[in-house]
Design a protein around this ligand. Structure first.
Ligand SMILES: NC(=O)c1ccc[n+]([C@@H]2O[C@H](COP(=O)([O-])OP(=O)(O)OC[C@H]3O[C@@H](n4cnc5c(N)ncnc54)[C@H](O)[C@@H]3O)[C@@H](O)[C@H]2O)c1
Length: 269
């Protein structure tokens, strides 16, 4: 077991990627604190962990709330005695809020930053001192391939995801010598509730997105969990400050100039 005797705190883990990582960490021996704003979802993650013989507790909190974030770290220490791994995973995920920049409401902009970026700062702020008490730790941030490039109508999300990548690099520089390692995972499209509730399996976007992905399919939360496990483990001891895409190859190119199609249409003279 790769995380035996480690304690992990995972934000926004009552669903999707956070749930898959919580289960994977627990299966590898970690004691986990599952957080979510949604009590039912968070409790369900804990139940699933316990069904597999793992150890987990739920802490309800809106991660944009500084007091709650500090309490959550204290809760982890009070119940499990230490903190080794933090997963910052929350984001403002309302696709209905997508608009050209000037039409994005101030409320949505502020909420996207509060949930998706302020919470990551708060996670670092309260987790690092706790980790230093037991000699260090690992902080994994969930960004997105959306943080590595632009997208139409999605500035409120993509700016937050880009900021997370740079925040990760800054913290890596500031705290590496104190044995704090921090890395960023940048998923492409992953089959989670966030995607499923908006795009049904018959939705044309889904087909189109699948076709854009070189591997030819959408990713699975368990695949992101496999990467998170590796990054949290000692096997990744030399990986620090990195932003790692897990995207079926979509960041390799968008086929804007598809020479295969151009050459086939004009003939290879
Ligand atoms: N699914 C994808 O295709 C994809 C791609 C790139 C990045 N991501 C990122 O992965 C992360 C997880 O997304 P997901 O797809 O698993 O979504 P999801 O909807 O399945 O899970 C998100 C969870 O966050 C919780 N949450 C929302 N606001 C919260 C708050 N203020 N405080 C605490 N919990 C809160 C929700 O209740 C939910 O349980 C997000 O950061 C998202 O941006 C997802």
């Amino acid at each position: 077991m790769r995380l035996m005797n480690r304690v992990a705190l995972l934000t926004a883990s009552g669903s999707g990627i956070g749930r898959a990582i919580s289960k994977r960490f627990a299966r590898e021996g970690a004691k986990v604190v599952v957080n979510d704003i949604n009590v039912e979802g968070g409790q369900k993650t804990v139940d699933l962990i316990k069904e597999e013989g793992g150890e987990g507790l739920f802490f309800e909190a809106d991660v944009s709330d500084a007091t709650k974030m500090e309490e959550m770290v204290h809760f982890t220490l009070a119940n499990f005695g230490r903190l080794d791994i933090l997963l910052n995973n929350a984001a403002y995920l309302d696709f209905q809020g997508a608009r050209p920049l000037t039409e994005v409401s101030i409320e949505i902009w502020d909420r996207a930053i509060a949930v998706g970026l302020r919470s990551y700062f708060l996670g670092y702020k309260f987790a690092i001192p706790a980790m230093l008490k037991n000699g260090g730790g690992v902080i994994i941030n969930i960004s997105s391939v959306g943080g590595m490039e632009g997208a139409h109508w999605y500035s409120h999300y993509n700016c937050v995801k880009a900021a997370i990548i740079n925040l990760t690099k800054n913290v890596a520089l500031d705290y590496s010598r104190q044995n704090i390692r921090t890395v960023c995972i940048c998923p492409g499209t992953i089959e989670t509730e966030a995607i499923a509730k908006f795009f049904t399996s018959e939705h044309p976007f889904k087909k189109m997105r699948q076709n854009m992905i070189p591997i030819g399919r959408i990713g699975r939360p368990e695949e992101v969990a496999n990467l998170a496990l590796f990054l949290a483990s000692d096997e990744a001891a030399f990986i620090n400050g990195a932003a790692i895409p897990i995207d079926g190859g979509i960041m390799s190119g968008k086929f804007v100039y598809n020479f295969k199609e151009i050459i086939s249409s004009i003939g290879n003279k």
